[in-house]
Design a protein around this ligand. Sequence first.
Ligand code: 4H7
Length: 245
Amino acid sequence: MRIAVVSLFPKVLDCISDIGVTGKAIEDGLVALDGINPRAYAVDKHGSVDDRPYGGGPGMLMRPEPLKSAIREARQKIKGQPKVVYLSAQGVKFDHEKALEYAKLSELILVAGRYEGIDERLICQEIDEELSIGDFVLSGGEIAALAVIDAVVRQIPGVLGHSRSAIEESFVEDLLEYPQYTRPECFGGEKVPSILLSGNHEEIRRWRLKQALGRTNKRRPDLIRRRAMSNEEYDLLEEYIAESL
Ligand code: 4H7
């Protein structure tokens, strides 16, 4: 997969190209990541990339000409038929399903806005989808782009090892993760739940499923509601609720 990020601060890409799962995916040649800076395509002698909004009001907007040239350059650079995505709080919500959808693409361009955003005509002319990583405001689209790249790259076949892919499946099931423990057995006066030391794999599986159901029900009732539950799961959730009263 070839990914280009159009940003006034392409250096932020170092955060994911140098380390971890994303860094390894690039190293292994599964992902190519490029930053394109609109500053390089400024049309005036001062290199300005912002301007005042028509109609007045606070703040500045990104000038459309350098941004359009940068997106065109990104299209040239990564070739193929890229999906062009603009990160903004006005976008459709990014989630696991979207990550799977994007992971199937072979070319992706992410446009990170600064100032108060971009000219609406540029959105019409160049952007295929406006995408939001959540209901909050960021100072720029870069951090949203990084989050999307990280989540998408993990879903590209071959990026995660087999055992890690299996663990990943859990969110596909619409459940939050169960609590986890490592050594020492007693920490800050609290013991590891004894069932996890029992070696009884069937009981451990049931305990973990029960915890996952219980905390999903408590923290994300929206996820529980849209989920079909087996009889076992229904019983385990009932037990969890009864025990937490
Ligand atoms: C587009 C338009 C994404 C992008 C405006 C980006 C939240 C998300 C941005 C703006 C983003 C998200 C610029 C408006 C900075 C606010 C202070 C960049 N914020 N900004 N202003 N939820 N900000 O995905």
